[in-house]
Write a protein that binds this ligand. Structure first.
Ligand code: TYD
Length: 221
């Protein structure tokens, strides 16, 4: 039986460059000879990608905060059962773009549903699975959100060519993202052994170097 793999998650506000950084780390870990699974939430499975469409489509009107949180967890429970746990059992390094910290920051703080509900649901629905390391990309909240908005507007222009409309969260207010940011910092302060805050205000190359240093220090691959 192979040794259990490692579970590394990327977190941060929209537009902090999580997916770019995840790809860069995946390339390095793969080159070092490890099996790597790159995945994301909401999504990561066929069912999860359908749920993602409902959650992120700006045409989804009137979704209640509770329903939103439940859908995030529905996607996650399926993702753990179908992808994450089997990959970890097979010894892979699983790199995941967002996980339960996103729910705690966005639904718990942003939507004001509270951390307690999120943590309880995580315990019941996700077997309390904890990442070995979480990289929290931190940058100026206003800047990263406007970056994400520009990117998604561009995507919307080509929506007719098959790109999804993923704008529902980007149309939230500054105050919402300020709460999400505070929520993330509170998680990092509480779970400082697991969560490494990485300053993402430099170039992608600089941020990548900082991430490599954190991974080498914290995870035995
Ligand atoms: P993502 O595709 O990672 O967006 P971005 O690349 O812009 O960072 O995530 C989509 C959105 O879903 C993002 O606005 C955050 C939100 N989200 C939650 O609100 N709760 C969650 O549990 C997750 C996983 C994502």
């Amino acid at each position: 039986m192979s040794k259990r793999g490692k579970f590394i998650t990327f977190e941060g506000l929209d537009g902090t460059g999580k997916s770019t950084q995840l790809r860069k780390l995946a390339a390095v870990v793969r080159a070092a000879g490890h099996k790597v699974v790159e995945t994301r939430e909401p999504g990561g499975t066929l069912t999860g990608e359908k749920i993602r469409k409902v959650l992120l489509d700006s045409g989804t009107a009137g979704l209640s905060p509770m329903a939103e949180m439940a859908l995030m967890f529905a996607s996650r429970a399926q993702h753990i059962a179908e992808v994450i746990e089997p990959a970890l059992a097979a010894g892979s390094v699983v790199l995941c773009d967002r996980f339960t910290d996103s729910t705690e920051a966005y639904q718990g703080s942003g939507r004001r549903l509270g951390s307690h509900a999120v943590r309880e649901l995580h315990r019941v629905l996700c077997g309390n699975l904890q990442p070995d390391l979480t990289i929290l990309l931190d940058s100026d909240a206003g800047l990263s959100v406007s970056r994400a908005r520009r990117r998604n507007k561009r995507a919307l222009k080509v929506a007719s060519r098959g790109h999804a409309d993923e704008n529902r969260f980007e149309s939230e207010t500054r105050a919402f993202f300020a709460r999400v940011h505070e929520g993330y910092l509170a998680i990092a302060a509480r779970d400082h052994g697991r969560v490494a805050v990485v300053d993402a205000r430099g170039t992608p190359g600089q941020t990548h170097q900082k991430i490599l240093e954190v991974v080498r220090r914290k995870v035995k691959l």
